[in-house]
Write a protein that binds this ligand. Structure first.
Ligand code: HEC
Length: 357
């Protein structure tokens, strides 16, 4: 009855599902058999012995309480172990970015290959999906892999799987997301690793392009000029983003935040919602007006910022297309208004969450 098993998770998933179903059937049969037996035995007018009514029987009560309790705890522990496994992608997993939008799935491979409603992956390799929605709540669902998870606007969610068999598998949106929800689907193509490498090297089904990290670098150093304020050391224009990933950051309000994907995204799209200690609201508000940066752009920036590890030398000034004069301290940093025609210098937008974009 279940769909074909296409991932390493599918077997264990079907096993626990079958175990719970079997237990449910077993206990239903026991309960209904007892109900039927006693209903017939003690029906009105039957000759059954009613002289010694039982009000308490500790042994029977223990017998019907303890085994179901132990079974319940075992099922809980089994399920919890599987859940923790499902929610924690292994460190060596291959990361692929997913963006849900009404009504399609947009996929970005770190090497720059992009796909629409199709996801190509190698078999036998753990794949981690970093997902976000550009509009409403969607859900990325591959029944044959037994995986499904919410794709939410304004927040990253993750799921992972290890495909086991080359083939073509259904991809669905499992969250009603508007009139064309039922059309929001496609296919996952699982390929032998060698064929996948070939496919990826040829640029997938589209033209070859820069890797996501290289595109992030372009945004960072020339298109958006983040590098004007963010260099390899903390300056008065802005804190360094080198080695920032995963660190604890102290905020102006005294609290600390972990520099993860969500923090980075919020720092770019809603920079005044939490200011880094020692700085004021001089960073341009890239979230307002909305639409200057797509979710694709942010994913690329995240990958690039992640690649800036502490202790590495900054890119040589001449290596980028940036006008190098902007890097010399003599030049005044762009004010939010100058850098962003419409950004609000009075900062009245600071309470708007990126969720309202
Ligand atoms: C005009 C200067 C300026 C520009 C341009 C600028 N920033 Fe900032 N940025 C700042 C300042 C100042 C802060 C610290 C105050 C705050 O938290 O907003 C900051 C904070 C950040 C933080 C949080 C840093 C931390 O230590 O926690 C991130 C991430 C960030 N910026 C990314 C970017 C990106 C990506 C761009 C380009 C799209 C960019 N910034 C462009 C000035 C700037």
């Amino acid at each position: 009855m279940a769909p074909e098993q296409g991932s390493a998770y599918a077997g264990p998933y079907d096993l626990i599902f079958a175990a719970i179903t079997a237990l449910t059937i077993l206990f239903s049969v026991i309960v209904f058999a007892c109900v039927l037996f006693f209903a017939i035995k003690y029906r009105a007018g039957s000759k059954a012995d009613r002289s010694r009514p039982q009000h308490e029987n500790l042994r029977i009560e223990i017998a019907w309480s303890l085994p179901p309790m132990v079974l319940g705890i075992l099922i809980f522990a089994w399920g919890a172990v599987m859940y923790v496994d499902l929610r924690n992608p292994p460190k060596n997993a291959m990361e692929i970015f997913v963006i849900g939008k009404q009504w399609m799935w947009h996929i970005q491979h770190p090497n720059g290959v992009r796909e629409m409603n199709e996801l190509h992956v190698p078999s036998g390799v753990p794949i981690k999906l970093t997902m976000i929605s550009q509009d409403v709540i969607h859900s990325f669902y591959v029944p044959q892999f037994r995986i499904q998870y919410m794709v939410i606007p304004g927040r990253y969610t993750y799921q992972w799987f290890t495909p086991t068999k080359p083939g073509k598998y259904y991809l669905f949106c499992a969250q009603h997301c508007g009139t064309l929800h039922s059309e929001m689907g496609g296919y996952v193509y699982v390929m032998p690793p060698a064929k996948y490498a070939e496919w990826l090297a040829q640029g997938g089904s589209g033209p070859q392009q820069l890797t996501m990290q290289q595109q992030g670098e372009q945004l960072y150093t020339s298109k958006l000029n983040c590098v004007n304020c963010h260099t390899s050391t903390d300056t008065e224009r802005g804190p360094s983003l080198y080695g920032l990933y995963g660190k604890q950051v102290k905020m102006a309000g005294g609290e600390t935040q972990t520099a993860d994907n969500d923090y980075m995204r919020e720092s770019i799209l809603n920079p005044y919602s939490h200011l880094v200690a020692g700085y004021t609201n001089t960073m341009p508000d890239y979230g307002h007006p909305a639409g200057q940066l797509t979710e694709e752009d942010i994913d690329k920036l995240l990958l690039y910022i992640k690649s800036l590890s502490a202790g590495t030398t900054p890119p040589p000034a001449g290596a980028t297309t940036t006008t190098n004069s902007a890097l010399t301290p003599a030049v005044t940093p762009p004010t939010p208004t100058a850098a962003q025609g419409n950004a609000n210098p009075n900062n009245t937008n600071q309470n708007r969450s990126p969720l309202t974009r």
